[in-house]
Ligand binder design. Structure first.
Ligand code: SAM
Length: 210
């Protein structure tokens, strides 16, 4: 297996020495989608935010900079990404502005109605049961809460060859914009807005809990 294949395969659940390296590379390589994704939501300085599949923790760090009077939680089901995320956010954790936990989207370790915003960057592709997982996110969102999904890959004929190779390698789920709309509606979300950066194959979905 070549370096690219080895790298891509790690994205599902980065682990071990190479996984930590991949986590660090994603922290750097995902800055474009991170900034573009975050530009789709208004974030109050008091916001309580959860980032699901936080990987190396750079998104958590960026969100914490925007919420000096709030708190940002990151969860990931990879123990090694939890460790890396904690290292990257060490100072913010000491100031109680960030908390990182091991956890799975299918059973979030949080009470009902606690988050103003839940984000998922490059993560939903790997979730075990999309509709149930989206309902689980609804549970932890406040009634006024918002879900933001941002991805560097969606189903489009122009990128079909590359995307189908990745989907096979990673066993990842890739949808069209209409399919995003449909699965969010099926999970009970409202006011669903999809944006595409078609030339880069990037997509965001923003949806309200109620
Ligand atoms: C491609 S990486 C993206 C990491 C980070 N969000 C970023 O943008 O750099 C996907 C991350 O989602 C995590 N992940 C995948 N499925 C998950 C699940 N069911 N629950 C929690 N985390 C999950 C993986 O461990 C990995 O860290």
């Amino acid at each position: 297996m070549g370096f690219i294949e080895k790298f891509v395969k790690q994205c599902r659940k980065p682990s071990g020495f190479f996984g930590k390296f991949v986590g660090k590379l994603m922290n750097f390589g995902h800055r474009g989608i991170r900034d573009w994704g975050i530009s789709h939501v208004t974030i109050s300085p008091q916001a309580n935010i959860l980032d699901i599949g936080c990987g190396g923790g750079k998104t958590v760090q960026k969100l914490a900079m925007l919420t000096p009077n709030g708190k940002v939680y990151g969860i990931d089901y990879s123990e090694d990404m939890v460790k890396l995320s904690k290292k990257v956010n060490r100072k913010l954790i000491l100031k109680c502005l960030v908390e990182i936990q091991n956890g799975n989207v299918s059973s979030l370790p949080f009470d009902d109605n606690v988050f103003d915003l839940v984000t998922a960057f490059e993560s939903y592709y790997f979730w075990p049961n999309l509709i149930d997982n989206l309902k689980e996110i609804k549970r932890v969102l406040k009634p006024t809460g918002i879900l933001l999904i941002a991805n560097e890959v969606y189903k489009h004929e122009k990128f079909e060859k590359r995307n189908s190779k990745w989907a096979q390698l990673l066993d990842m789920r890739i949808h069209t914009p209409d399919e995003y709309r449909n699965f969010l509606a099926e999970a009970g979300y409202m006011l669903i807005e999809i944006d595409e950066k078609a030339e880069r194959n990037w997509i965001t979905a923003v949806a309200k809990n109620k």
